[in-house]
Ligand binder design. Sequence first.
Ligand SMILES: Cc1ncc(C[n+]2csc(CCOP(=O)(O)OP(=O)(O)O)c2C)c(N)n1
Ligand SMILES: [Mg+2]
Length: 583
Amino acid sequence: MAETTGGEVIARMLQKEGVEKVFGIIDGTYFGFYSALHRLGIDIVTPRHESCAAHMAGTYARLTGKLGVCMASNGPGVANLLPGLVVEQADGNRVLAITSARRPGIMYPDRGAAYQCFDQSGVIGKIAKWSSAVSSFDRVPELTRKALRHSWEGRPGVVHLDVPENLMNGKVKAEVGLWAPHQYRHTDPVTPTAEQIRQAADWLIRAQAPMIHAGSGIIHAQAYAALQRVAEVLHAPVTTSWAARGVLTEASPLAIPMPHVKLNHQVRNEADVVLILGSRLGETDWWGKPPYWRHPSEQKTIQVDLDGDMLGLNKPADLALLADAKRFLELLGDELERRRAEIALAPRRQRVAGYAKTMRDDRAGWDKALADQAVPMHPAHIGAVCGKVFPPETVLVADGGNATIWAMFHHQVTVPNTVISTFKIGMLGAGVSQAIAASLARPGTPVLCIIGDGAMGFHPQEVETAIRLNTPVVYVVLCDKQWGMVKMNQQFMLRPFKTMLFKHLDPDETIKADLGEIEFDKLAQSMGAHGERVADPAQLEPALRRALASGKCAVVHVDVDPVKHMWAPGLIHFKKMHEEPKG
Ligand SMILES: Cc1ncc(C[n+]2csc(CCOP(=O)(O)OP(=O)(O)O)c2C)c(N)n1
Ligand SMILES: [Mg+2]
């Protein structure tokens, strides 16, 4: 009988699941696991901070549709992993975390005073979909299967398996049968019934003003083409959650991108039938409530989700459907095409043409800032110039406070699933490693990370990771030497009238909102990256072109006007969003 370790059994099971990469930092406590990954040809991707490993796994999962796996070692490694797990769970990315733990004799319950240990499963269990500690070698396969089952069912999120070092590394004589994924978990998409499709089609065909609201469920189901077909047959406008921005190409007149906040409210108020796909209608969707959405008594809601817990969560559903979004859209598309002649398109066309005019007017308003050629530059230039330099399939990673808002307002998403951020939790610094994972997930595709100077300061060490892994990410760091978004908020709290009058307060009038300088271009050069610094808007395009052409990780330090940077567009709407709607 062959000798194996618990770590090797898990590695082999991951291989059966098609896992090609595991993100994490090595440690002796799980040598049995990662040495088996290495032997099996599974790529071990090592950032320089465990929270980055979690973000990399999450981004990789989101961009590929595969399982993202990260690992961390007991005690400090897991402690560092925690913030990443919080974010990946909140943002709903399919991440399996495998951690080492101290031997069972001294843990669960903690004997006290043991080295490098805490109640890892207890803590992660509170923030994840599911967590379990493994107690014996015999239970390694069963609990790994359970973890994989949880990973692939319901809303994607974090699943955790805590494996003691003696099981990770200890050699055991055993034959462990490896099952195929379909033998222990659901692998076929959940299909709606014909009656449900007929009902949904009836309501959408007869509607005066139908609309679609799409969430990340469209990304996880990779249902872009099916969504586009249904939207086009119905001629229905499509709003999205922030995280699902671009699931319908914004080149389509039916796409209502999220920066057009007032128009999003208008569309949602005019609609008499709304089809909600893979979205919880959370706070950033204004909870699906009046006055931002039409009252439920006047708006029929069809909600499709593969997680029963999401149905009718925040807005009552008239037709609640437990189904895979892609499967649903394909069947609905077939039904709608059969009944195409019943759809009265003229009024729908007229309504959508009105929306296009509003979007053009909004854009013209935002683009006025591009006439400003002052040095240091107006932040509006960055998104606009990046749009010229980078091809449409580029993955944009947005990180930072106002830096993210400027990026969102001056970027158009024409290829679905090319925007990464932490839209639900707004984790400063996550973008640095997300961008590297994006480059690993889409080799050969450019990756652009637009990031604030505060955010970049959380994880600049990952530039070395990008160099080591040969991932040619371009980081554009918006340097205002302040926690810009918070400073703006603070000014309104402290001296609203002076803020309105002079646009900013004096340095001693705000509280700890200013930062010193980090020369991000030079810091990057010290790690072997291409570094540039630019303050003049006329120099931005050539600087970005050089960065992209360098063919390696590049960091462009962009000096932006700190006052203009604070006045990001749409701030009033985002402030309002924090209040519970009255309806
Ligand atoms: C990890 C983390 N800590 C604190 C915050 C709260 N916060 C939100 S925006 C912001 C300021 C961001 O500054 P910077 O990254 O420089 O972006 P800017 O607003 O200046 O463009 C802070 C501190 C956060 N979102 N994430
Ligand atoms: Mg800043």
